[in-house]
Design a protein around this ligand. Structure first.
Ligand code: SAM
Ligand code: DTB
Ligand code: SF4
Length: 363
């Protein structure tokens, strides 16, 4: 039985965000342990299958055609190239490939057919597949589901109030509509946002209200720190401090206890100690690989060293364990590199220790 609370208010969320840090961390870590194994972190690899030349005006994005950034644009990638990259990602410990396209929305036709083929190909490798392709119709979501898509990433990015200051070429409601279309298929929802775009703390809380009041809540929530790219309107934004990132992660964990909270863009600027604090505060997923879509990310070997140092294990594909683990359960959830795991498919959640979950009381 789900224990999601869907009537969060901005005031309640602000109260959590602004708690003394030690209390916030303790509360977030407690919630985290009730729903997840704190030593397991899911690893996704990003792949930009179509880079640059986007007609939208998202103020943070180096891929918008109208900004003069230093990125190399590319047409839609070949399926064979995608397969090769997915195999590399799998060998390095990733359980999920997330394919991003610099599109405003998906258009039916040969390019979408090619993306469907990419999804089928990665799915056959026994990896989770995620796409982030812009706006999507219900029918397109269902076609992606049939091809075996596991998750669709579509970020709200910020609060409804601040949205207009960041993007003018589409509205906040358009984003909600796409999320709703994804929900009508059996694809899981990945939706989060960015901090450090000049928004107020109230906007961070506002974004979390919008996400946490979705019913059901998103299965995964990426928290990005703005990567301020030269040539974008946000090039001069001050970097967010680690304390803001930790507060945002902890608050997300508390208001969406079952979700996978993904520590996303901005990790190159974080120390290991900072990232460890985020994992303690409830982050249980990262993007790995030396590139995000167009900007740098920590080297995968450095990430694996960090995992070793912290005693973290990469999560196996198609497992979502939302309970404190027995030794036996932990063994089955982790992915010893090179070993073929037993999968559970989308919608098939492995839950354990139901009794403990029944006793769980939030905040
Ligand atoms: N075009 C599609 C869309 O906008 O939904 C998919 C790709 S888009 C690059 C995916 C997400 O990446 C954005 O919603 C945003 O949250 C994040 N993103 C883009 N540029 C970023 C940056 N400079 N810093 C942090 N996050 C960024
Ligand atoms: C998400 O929330 N963050 C990722 C993924 N979803 C697609 C993208 C981050 C992009 C950072 C800027 C870039 O590399 O272009
Ligand atoms: Fe285009 Fe997506 Fe970048 Fe916006 S975030 S400019 S929609 S690629």
């Amino acid at each position: 039985m789900s224990e999601q609370k869907h009537d969060w208010t901005k005031e309640e969320i602000l109260e959590i965000y602004n708690k003394p840090l030690m209390e916030l961390l303790y509360e977030a870590a407690t919630v985290h342990r009730k729903f997840h194994d704190p030593n397991t972190v899911q690893v996704s690899t990003l792949l930009s299958i179509k880079t640059g030349g986007c007609p939208e005006d998202c103020g943070y994005c180096p891929q918008a055609a109208r900004y003069h950034t230093d990125i190399e644009g590319n047409d839609l990638m070949q399926v064979s190239h995608v397969k090769a990259q997915a195999l590399r990602a799998k060998a390095s410990g990733s359980s999920r490939v997330c394919m991003g396209a610099a599109w405003r929305n998906v258009k039916d036709g040969p390019e979408f057919d090619q993306v469907l083929e990419m999804v089928r190909t990665i799915n056959k490798l026994d990896m989770e597949v995620c796409c982030t392709l812009g706006m999507l119709t219900e029918n397109q979501a269902k076609r992606l589901a049939e091809a075996g898509l596991y998750a669709y990433n579509h970020n709200l990015d910020t609060s409804e109030d601040y949205y207009k200051d960041v993007i003018s070429t589409r509205a906040f409601e358009d984003r909600l509509e796409t999320i709703d279309n994804v929900r009508k298929s059996n694809v899981t929802v990945c939706s989060g946002g960015i901090i450090g775009m000049g928004e107020a703390i109230e906007d961070r809380a506002g974004m979390l209200v919008a996400l946490a009041t979705l019913n059901p809540q998103p299965e995964s929530v990426p928290i990005n720190a703005l990567v301020a790219v030269e040539g974008t309107p946000m090039e001069d934004m001050e970097p967010v401090s680690i304390w803001e990132m930790v507060r945002m992660v902890a608050t997300t964990r508390i208001v969406m206890p079952e979700t996978q909270v993904r520590l996303s863009a901005g990790r190159t600027q974080m120390s290991r100690e900072g990232q460890a604090m985020c994992f303690f505060a409830g982050a249980n997923s990262i993007f790995a690989g030396d590139k995000l879509l167009t900007t740098p990310n920590p080297d995968v070997n450095e990430d694996m060293e960090m995992f070793k140092l912290l005693g973290l294990n990469p999560q196996k594909p198609f497992t979502k364990v939302s309970q404190p683990q027995s030794v036996e359960a932990e063994d089955s959830q982790h992915q010893p590199l090179g070993e073929k795991p037993k999968w559970s498919r989308p919608g098939h959640t492995i839950t354990r220790n139901e009794e403990a979950k029944a006793k769980t009381k939030l905040v």
